[in-house]
Write a protein that binds this ligand. Structure first.
Ligand SMILES: [Zn+2]
Length: 973
């Protein structure tokens, strides 16, 4: 471990001295521009954060080795509530947070006192995070570092917002937003605990009436109003009679505050228990029919208004609730109701769907075996009915003028009509509540007035974004549908706040642009910030004209430069760097940023830049769990990144995070895993050191034996697999090919080669083969464990840095199917023999092998040929074989052989068939004789090999006739 630490520091220093990760335009080389979301410096990073950044770094290192001029920059996101809220919590003496900072993250107590100033806190963690990124060995070009509150960056964001506004993508008005009532601010994903995006649903409030009172029932399916059979109220909760915008409403007590935030004027007049209305009748505003108000303890007063309409024909919850209630006669009696009265409430069918009978809810409930309202399957049942009805349902004649419409059409039309007639309103509500603000307050929906929005609801803009997405590579591809969904679903997003650090809205400086809105196109800024720093350009020199020229190519450089007071050469360099590195080749982030940041990034790029500059790829990854559990402070299982590096070493940590999971899976980390990675890498190091010492002998290639050719051939296959995996960033798979599977082959090779290394020339050959393996292995592992690989590379006398050398290419000249099949034959023969020895519990002295005769080979190869061109049939195979005079003579034996061989060939994979056809007849006698020393050593017995047709063979039990191609008969004495 100590030596790993030394190696890390040594190579980090050398990389820095040689400036090998500083990327400038190089017209000779193709470029590859990779970025990863810059971090909020509001707390130290832990191992969970490490995954996204490590993956981006591995990607950058891989592309560098593939010959690209790679740029991987980094900056820090000081903007908005993530930093501010953390600082506020400290100012409020939040003891949990203070304990975490002191105990988990080891922040000095006197430092902590300064953190009530958000800037001081951000600066502290900025340094801390940066030190961690260096210590883990990220290949970042640090010359481009900035923070989002740098005045130069502010100018860039101001320019971006002016552009958005000119294009008509900025709106001002009243819109529903997720809202923290305590902070008085809109909330997005980065403002909430657990990073949940508040999802706003638009419910229709249908105004049922009870005397002169309105019972507003919230629904997402207004078209089902015609199927309402009853209402549900919770008898045990408190409802209020209130004047709502002058109308008399009955609603749950909990809904009062929510309605006020939706800009309704609510005057509560009286509070009462729901039970008072049970058994009474309400009127359906669409049909004027009376419906019974029934008791339901499942009605949650916190959901919408706490008043619920019941549609048992099409809503599984209602269907089951009615069934259950009909049986609860004792309870019903309290309200003067009877089971018969409830049983008389029959589901009404209003939508025809081919998949179901009259009553879809009843069908699904029966299919799924649902008995009670508490059954979690009800959620699925509801979705399933809705899916079918929405997809293929048609409104029935019982719905009057809506008859014949699709459900999708009826849904909008019914709602519109009810609203126009004053029988319904809209109510916004969080669909995924509870959503809790970082300050600890539960969020709700507010109609936010006179607010600035980015209009992600604009349909023409959405169409462009869909087009951009369709041209992008999404890794893993299965997330593409989620992006399309988010693009459709997004609506106006509040883009400014009145508090926090950041850039002021250029036309309304009371407002500060919030953190998900000032982080969408900053990848462009990295390409030019280097010149801004180097030439000490002042913020006010960065005029809109300057950015217009640099990023959009608008204007004449000499004029723009003169007006801004910037050297024209510098201005042109900025333009050159931007056009060299843009478009962005790859964006990395956690998958939780799909619904906001990553989609906003596509939106904003299409708004600002021309089509050829839109991003090309997005890579998302899952999270990290700790020994199977979610990482969380309450579980006490968070390991700060800095501590992880100190404890396990940078390379084992990098490997530990990436070797256990593919992109979307959660990676499970544990100290045991990290330590096993340490052991594994130390072993690799010692082995490599050994090989490196001997060097390679080019003359050795002349005398390669079977195991040598096999090892070199396998190596090409592992290189091919690892390359294919890395191209899709399936890093786990690449590590498996390049490390674990390759090592298994090396183990086998060493066993096979062992007896031959006595001979000096043989030893040179084995060393040559192993040095070939090592050379490729070190290159393949370099992106993941760069420090160790640099050290080995140096020991192997590699040229320059392994970080800058080329990724290995499979050499087709070294691929050798014959050698691979022959070794497979040796391995399976050894295994068969060991199985027999184990089963018979003998200690063998002599082992006799009998290999299959020539006609058996011919039979097998004929069967293989036939099976690839057509369906293999035993009788046809036999017919064909009988045309051969040799076979004809052996007809009886052939007939016995054809059955089993047909079955075996049928079970073979297509690939295996091709390989065996390619290889043809194998000289098994020669192979086994050559491997005699190996078998003798492995089995500790004398080895004798005969051909089946050898008349002088020793075969007391007449075993030879059992021989098959690739499966010699075995006799043990
Ligand atoms: Zn709050």
């Amino acid at each position: 471990m100590a030596f790993l630490k030394q190696i890390e520091q040594k190579w980090q220093r050398k990389w820095e001295e040689a400036k090998i990760f500083e990327a400038d335009p190089d017209p000779e080389k193709p470029k590859c521009y990779i970025t990863v979301a810059y971090p909020y410096p509001n707390s130290p990073q832990h191992i969970g954060h490490g995954r996204t950044y490590t993956l981006a770094d591995v990607h950058a290192r891989y592309m560098r080795m593939r010959g690209y001029n790679v740029l991987l920059p980094m900056a820090f996101h000081y903007t908005g509530t993530p930093v501010l809220a953390m600082s506020k919590r400290l100012a409020d003496n939040d003891q949990d947070l203070i304990d975490d900072f002191i105990n988990i993250y080891k922040v000095p107590e006197e430092k902590l006192k300064e953190f009530t100033d958000p800037f001081k806190m951000a600066s502290y963690f900025h340094k801390e995070i940066k030190a961690g990124m260096k210590a883990i060995g990220y290949s970042i070009d640090w010359r481009r570092e900035f923070t989002t509150i740098d005045p130069h960056y502010n100018r860039f964001i101001e320019w971006q917002f002016q552009k958005l506004r000119q294009k008509g993508y900025i709106t001002r008005g009243s819109h529903p937003v997720g809202w923290c009532p305590k902070d008085g601010n809109p909330v997005g994903q980065h403002d909430t605990r657990g990073d949940v995006e508040p999802e706003i649903g638009e419910f229709t409030l249908i105004k049922f009436t009870y005397g002169d009172w309105v019972l507003p029932a919230a629904t997402l399916r207004p078209e089902t109003i015609f199927g309402v059979t009853n209402m549900w109220l919770n008898p045990e909760v408190e409802y209020v009679k209130a004047a709502v915008d002058g109308q008399k409403w009955i609603i749950s007590k909990e809904s009062v505050q929510k309605l006020r935030y939706l800009n309704k004027k609510v005057d509560v007049q009286k509070t009462f228990k729901g039970r008072e209305l049970i058994g009474k009748e309400a009127e359906n505003p669409a049909t004027a029919k009376s419906v019974l108000i029934l008791p339901a303890d499942f009605v949650d007063p916190r959901n919408a208004t706490g008043v619920v309409m019941s549609v048992p024909g099409h809503a599984p919850y209602d269907y089951v609730a009615l069934k259950n209630l009909a049986k609860a006669s004792a309870e019903l009696k309290e309200y003067g109701l009877t089971s018969d009265m409830v049983a008389a409430v029959k589901p009404v069918s209003i939508i025809a769907v081919t998949e179901y009978s009259e009553i879809p809810a009843g069908d699904v409930v029966k299919q799924m075996g649902i008995e009670t309202q508490l059954d979690p399957k009800l959620e699925d049942a509801t979705k399933e009915v809705y899916r079918h009805e929405f997809h293929s349902g048609k409104m029935k004649p019982s719905t009057g003028k809506y008859a014949g419409l699709s459900v999708a059409e009826a849904k909008d039309k019914v709602k519109q009509d009810l609203m126009t007639e004053g029988k319904a309103e809209t109510m916004y509500e969080l669909l995924n509540k509870p959503v809790v603000c970082r300050c600890g307050t539960e969020c709700l929906v507010k109609i936010f007035e006179d607010q600035w929005f980015i209009d992600y609801g604009n349909p023409e803009w959405k169409a462009i974004v869909h087009k951009a997405l369709s041209k992008m590579e999404i890794l893993p591809e299965e997330l593409r549908a989620e992006f399309d969904y988010v693009i459709d679903w997004l609506h106006e997003k509040a883009c400014a706040r009145k508090s926090g650090m950041g850039t002021k809205l250029p036309w309304d400086p009371e407002w500060i642009i919030e953190s998900l809105s000032d982080s969408t196109i900053y990848m462009a800024y990295y390409t030019v910030v280097i010149h801004i720093k180097k030439h000490e350009i002042k913020p006010k020199q960065l005029t809109d004209e300057v950015f217009d020229y640099v990023f959009l190519g608008i204007g004449k450089p000499a004029e723009v430069a003169a007006k801004a007071g910037i050297n024209v050469k510098v201005l042109e360099d900025m333009r050159r760097d931007f056009t060299y590195f843009y478009p962005l080749d790859s964006r990395h982030s956690g998958r939780d940023l799909v619904p906001n940041h990553l989609t906003f990034l596509i939106f904003n790029h299409t708004a600002i830049f021309s089509e050829e500059l839109w991003p090309r790829q997005i890579v998302t990854n899952g999270s990290v769990t700790m020994q199977g559990a979610k990482m969380s402070k309450s579980f006490g299982n968070i390991i700060p990144l800095i501590e992880g590096i100190a404890q396990f070493g940078a390379d084992p940590l990098r490997m530990g995070i990436l070797a256990t999971a593919e992109l979307l899976q959660d990676a499970d980390f544990s100290p045991t895993l990290a330590r096993s990675m340490q052991d594994r890498l130390e072993r690799l190091y010692r082995f490599g050191e050994e090989i490196a010492r001997v060097g390679e002998d080019p003359k050795a290639t002349r005398d390669l034996t079977l195991p040598d050719r096999w090892m070199l051939s396998r190596l090409q296959e592992h290189i091919r697999m690892a390359t294919e995996a890395m191209d899709k960033l399936a890093v786990r798979k690449a590590i498996h090919s390049g490390l674990y599977e390759l090592d298994q082959d090396v183990q086998w090779y060493m066993r096979r080669a062992a007896d031959q290394t006595e001979n000096l020339h043989r030893k040179e050959i084995v060393d040559y083969v192993l040095s070939q393996v090592m050379d490729a292995q070190v290159r393949m592992l370099a992106p993941v464990t760069p420090h160790l690989c640099e050290e080995l590379w140096e020991k192997m006398r590699g040229k320059g840095f392994v970080s800058l050398t080329s990724w290995p290419k499979p050499d087709p000249a070294k691929a050798d199917v014959k050698a691979e099949e022959a070794e497979t034959f040796i391995a399976s023969t050894l295994e068969d023999t060991q199985n027999i020895i184990r089963a018979t519990k003998t200690t063998p002295k002599k082992i006799h092998y009998y290999v299959a005769t020539a006609w058996k080979w011919k039979a097998l190869l004929t069967a293989l040929q036939k099976s690839v061109t057509a369906k293999l049939a035993q009788n046809e195979l036999m017919k064909e074989l009988m045309t051969d005079p040799v076979m004809k003579r052996e007809a009886k034996s052939v007939a016995k052989f054809v059955g089993p061989i047909t079955d075996e060939v049928k079970k073979m994979s297509a690939e295996r068939k091709q390989r065996q056809i390619q290889v043809g007849e194998v000289d098994e006698v020669m192979i086994l004789n050559d491997a005699e020393g190996f078998f003798g050593r492995e089995l500790n017995a004398e080895i004798l090999v005969y051909s089946e047709e050898d008349t002088k063979r020793y075969d007391p039990k007449n075993r030879a006739q059992l021989a098959k191609p690739y499966r010699p008969a075995i006799y043990i004495e």
